[in-house]
Design a protein around this ligand. Sequence first.
Ligand code: C5P
Length: 222
Amino acid sequence: MILSLIPVIAIDGPSASGKGTVAALVAEQLKFHYLDSGAIYRVAALAALRTGISLEDESALSRMAGKLDVSFKNGEIWLAGECVSMDARSEATGNAASKIAALPKLRLALLDFQRSFLGHPGLVADGRDMGSVVFPDATVKIFLTASAEIRADRRYKQLIEKGIHANLSRILQDLQQRDARDRERSVAPLQKCADASLLDTDSLTITDAVNEVIGRYQALRA
Ligand code: C5P
């Protein structure tokens, strides 16, 4: 494996696998920068929905994505100076994000912006193609997953805890549809790349998963 000068921990995996929570905690513990690439796709989808750009208009979407004014501060997501975390995190936005994420020109338009998160002393990046496309020379590549039933159950509990009405079988169905769309697209499909190591979190706590990622990173840096 090629070691980049600035260490990168790439964590890819399906929706609701817990990779976002794990990646953010790993970044915090190592004092690394953190890239939540899914949030960028979500904000691009939100901007399209708000401005009425069709989710199929690849040229208009990629032009918009090239000028997307998205930033992250104190765990919140900002679009053109407005805090949009709630809207960006909704299931509707997630579904729209997975539709536009299948468009090659849009993915290309977001590439440099994602790479601009790389900085000393290191970066933890989570998404679907962090190890395969965005940071192919990442120090360590993890494919973090869990069964669809466990992921649906985790998402259901999160929503209920926030006081948001949720339906478990609907969540499971949506997750399976989103997984299928992410896996079957022709560009940067969701898949474990050959040099990524699998981390199945079905029977792991968040702390176990964080320790496992840090352990694998340290073993490769040693
Ligand atoms: O990870 P999250 O659920 O926030 O991502 C939303 C959607 O954005 C995913 O379903 C996926 O289609 C897309 N995505 C992607 N590549 C990434 C990150 C997210 O295609 N690196």
